[in-house]
Design a protein. Sequence first.
Length: 189
Amino acid sequence: AVFTLGPHRVEGAHALLMDGRRVGEAAALHFLARGRRTIGVVVPEEAGMEPFSRPRLEGVRRTVERARTAGASVTELPLAYEEASATRLAARCRARGIDAVFAYNDEYAMLLMRALQDDGIDIPEDIAVLGSDDLMLGRLLRPRLSTVRIELPSGRGLAELVDRVVRDPGAEPEVHDVLGADVVHRESS
């Protein structure tokens, strides 16, 4: 038996689907519910990040389009994981009137928050910031970082799937959507 883990199903294989668009969707809904309309989405510039960052950006865009909220827009914000890049991005956010940033993950969010604060931007008054992954360090910041908590399946559920496949190897391949995403609202948004 073959198992795949990723955003798409592979014909003939058991699939554990992890659709990163759900992470972006949760972020967009959080911002829209709080009256934020000019949403920036950090897209890391580092090699190898695109398969993870693009679906999150797509999730934000799709959700904002579906919401049809007057004046809502999404801006892609390329960011290298370095202070100088974050400093430049903070200035661009101010100039573009961005009022919310989904920063890909908590590390990029923390990097950008520091640059925004150094530029005199109040978080969340001027710009709300949201990360993902719910890292402990984000809870220690001031303001505390809001984040999208990503929920993965328990080991028990995966073990049960493997057991079924071992018992009946000729069974039709199963497809399971295994990624959950919920916003943990803290002070930064």
